[in-house]
Design a protein around this ligand. Structure first.
Ligand code: NAP
Ligand code: GLV
Length: 311
C-alpha cells in the first residue's frame, strides 16, 4: 500500500517536506499524486490544506494525518471520508513556537513596543509609561496544546494569567474558567486576550461587538488561532472608537490578507502572515511517522480529532 501526500505546498515547501517525510518513513511508499498508484493503493493520506476533493474515492484509506494543528478546513470539506480516523498535528516544537509568539505579543503590548514602532513611522519621540508584567491580566482562550504552553510561558514571564476551556483542567499558575457562562466575567478582567481556540461552530465569530464591549476600555486582542473567530468589522469599530487599544493578528477571514484591507494600514493593528506557529518538517515528520507506525502495528492513533467537537 502507498501513502499519499496531498498538500498545497510550493516548490520550497516540497523541498523541505519530501526529504523529511521520506527519511522518517523509510519503509513506506510515498506518492504525491493518486495517479501514480491508483485509488485503491492508498491507505494513508498525509495532508496539508489539500485541494477540495483530494481524498474522494480513496476507499482503502485507513488514516488521514494532518500536518496542520487546526483541522477546520478539512472538516469543512464534505468529500473527506467521514469514517476514516483523522489525526491532527501535535508537536511540542510547534507549541513552543506558539508560546514564543504569544509572549512576543504580550511583551510588545506590556512595554508599548508596538506603539513605539508606530511612533518611529511618524518620526515621533514619545516615551510612554513603563508597565510591569504583573500589571497585566492576560486571558488565554483555549487551554489545549497551544494555549496551555502559551499560558505557562506567560506565567513564567510574570503576568497574571487566566485560561478558558470547555472541560475543567489544571494548569500551574493559571486561574482556569470553564464554559460559556464564565466568558463575560473573564473578558471583563483581561487587559489582553490571547485567542488559541479551534475554529468550530461554537467559536466562529466569538469576538464580536458584544465580546469587545465586555473587555475593559484600553484592552487588546491577540488572535493567533483563526481569522473567522473575529468579526473583523466589529474589531475595526472597537479600535476606531478607542474602546480597544490594539490588535495583534496572525490570522484573517481571508488569507492572504487582501491588499486593500483596513488592517494593513491601521495604526493600532499589527499584522503577521499566519506564522505564529508553523509546522516544522524536522520535528513534524517524526510525529507523522509515529502515527503511521501505530496504524501498521494495529496500535491506537495519537491526537485523533473528535469530529463531533470539531477539534
Ligand atoms: P487543542 O489542543 O485542541 O485545544 C483546544 C482548546 O480549546 C481546548 O482547551 C478546548 O477545551 C478549548 N475549546 C474548544 N472549544 C471551546 C469552546 N467552545 N469554549 C471554550 N473552550 C473551548 O488545540 P491546539 O493544538 O491548542 O490549537 C488551537 C488552534 O490554534 C488550532 O485549532 C488552530 O486553529 C490554531 N493554530 C494556529 C496556528 C498559527 O500559526 N496561527 C498554528 C497552529 C494552530 P477542552 O479541551 O476543554 O475541550
Ligand atoms: C496552523 O494554522 C495550523 O493549524 O497548524
Amino acid at each position: 500500500m502507498s501513502v499519499l501526500v496531498a498538500a498545497d505546498f510550493d516548490v520550497a515547501d516540497w523541498a523541505a517536506w519530501w526529504p523529511a517525510l521520506t527519511a522518517a518513513l523509510p519503509g513506506e511508499h510515498l506518492v504525491r499524486s493518486v495517479a501514480e498508484v491508483g485509488d485503491d493503493a492508498i491507505d494513508i493520506a498525509i495532508v496539508a490544506n489539500p485541494p477540495a476533493g483530494a481524498l474522494q474515492g480513496l476507499d482503502s484509506l485507513r488514516l488521514i494525518q494532518s500536518l496542520w494543528a487546526g483541522v477546520d478546513k478539512l472538516l469543512a470539506d464534505p468529500t473527506v471520508p467521514p469514517g476514516v480516523p483523522l489525526a491532527r498535528m501535535v508537536d511540542p516544537a510547534m507549541n513552543d513556537a506558539m508560546a514564543e509568539t504569544a509572549l512576543w505579543a504580550v511583551l510588545g503590548l506590556q512595554r508599548s513596543f508596538f506603539d513605539y514602532a508606530a511612533s518611529q513611522r511618524a518620526a515621533q519621540w514619545k516615551p510612554l509609561p513603563q508597565h510591569r508584567a504583573d500589571d497585566f491580566t492576560v486571558a488565554v482562550l483555549g487551554l489545549g496544546q497551544m494555549g496551555r504552553t502559551a499560558a505557562q510561558r506567560l506565567v513564567q514571564h510574570g503576568c497574571r494569567v487566566h485560561g478558558w476551556s470547555t472541560r475543567p483542567c489544571v494548569v500551574d499558575g493559571v486561574q482556569t474558567h470553564v464554559g460559556d457562562a464564565a466568558l463575560p466575567e473573564l473578558l471583563a478582567t483581561a487587559q489582553i486576550v490571547v485567542n488559541l481556540l479551534p475554529l468550530t461552530p461554537a467559536t466562529r465569530g466569538l469576538f464580536d461587538a458584544a465580546a469587545f464591549a465586555q473587555m475593559p476600555r484600553g484592552a487588546s486582542l491577540v488572535n493567533l488561532a483563526r481569522g473567522a473567530h473575529v468579526v473583523e468589522a466589529d474589531l475595526l469599530a472597537a479600535l476606531d472608537s478607542g474602546h480597544l487599544h490594539r490588535a495583534v493578528l496572525d490570522v484573517f477571514a481571508t488569507e492572504p490578507l487582501p491588499v486593500a484591507h483596513a488592517f494593513w494600514s491601521h495604526p493600532r493593528v499589527t499584522v503577521l502572515p499566519h506564522v505564529a506557529a508553523q509546522t516544522d518538517p524536522r520535528s513534524a515528520a517524526v510525529v507523522v511517522a509515529a502515527n503511521v507506525e501505530a496504524l501498521r502495528r494495529g496500535l491506537p492513533i495519537s491526537h485523533r480529532v473528535d469530529r463531533a467537537r470539531g477539534y
